[in-house]
Design a protein. Structure first.
Length: 245
């Protein structure tokens, strides 16, 4: 009987894991805390496969004469601890259902002082149109600040959305967005130093409006240097469904 119960336990774990994967991918946007949007179909498919395998295993385990609790099963005395240990595998599943980890925030960003890899400098960026504040990804702002020969940010008001990361330098803080290639494991922070506005609490999501502060040095100094924004307005916002760039 113990062998049959062990098989039932294993298949129940598969079903619960499949449900957890489907919950964060098919019925919510929680999966965006861990992977890029393009992975959603694969997560849904994986969750569905796990559930199908679990259900099929339960049917097989409970079929009369195939290891059901009413059938004879040898090795009874050797498997008492199996089912109890197997249930420990459910702990990660319960964690996903009850305390799904949030997206990476200021704790991870503050501990990464290595700038993201920069590609080749671009000689032309799309001109900024309109007269009002320009909503801009933080990555684009960084690219224009360092690599735009036409200095298209000069005198333009931009609006950046990200979370707050404290700075060791007095009088500034960072509006930050994590960028990922495929998942949170390869994330690195995109930071812009904000001056002129008092810093909200760490991890607060904000829209900060301001203008670019051109750097005065002629050659990029050694170490990590972030582009700067002279802030003029700040508004707290909700965490976006897609927290990464």
């Amino acid at each position: 009987m113990a062998a049959a119960v062990n098989r039932v336990t294993q298949n129940l774990v598969l079903i619960m894991l499949g449900c957890a994967v489907l919950r964060i991918s098919a019925f919510s946007t929680t999966y965006l805390n861990y992977v890029k949007p393009g992975f959603r179909p694969f997560l849904i498919g994986a969750g569905a496969v796990l559930m199908i395998l679990g259900v099929a295993g339960l049917i097989q385990a409970w079929r009369p004469g195939k290891g059901s609790p009413g059938a004879e099963a040898h090795g009874h005395d050797h498997a008492h601890g199996g089912p109890r240990v197997a249930w420990l595998m459910c702990l990660p599943v319960f964690a996903i259902f009850m305390i799904a980890p949030p997206a990476l925030g200021s704790f991870a960003a503050a501990r990464s002082e290595t700038p993201p890899p920069r590609g080749q400098a671009l000689t032309a960026f799309t001109p900024l149109s309109g007269d009002g504040p320009v909503d801009m990804p933080i990555g684009e702002f960084i690219g224009r600040a360092w690599d735009d020969d036409s200095r298209s940010l000069t005198g333009r008001t931009v609006r950046l959305t990200g979370f707050v990361v404290p700075s060791k330098k007095k009088g500034q803080w960072y509006v930050t967005r994590m960028q990922i290639a495929c998942c949170a494991a390869d994330a690195f922070p995109l930071k812009v130093a904000v001056k002129g506005i008092q810093a909200p609490p760490p991890d607060t999501w904000v829209e900060v409006t301001g203008t670019w502060i051109p750097q005065t040095f002629g050659k990029m100094p050694n170490g990590v240097v972030y582009p700067q924004l002279s802030g003029t307005d700040l508004m707290k916002v909700d965490t976006p469904d897609e927290p990464y760039e």
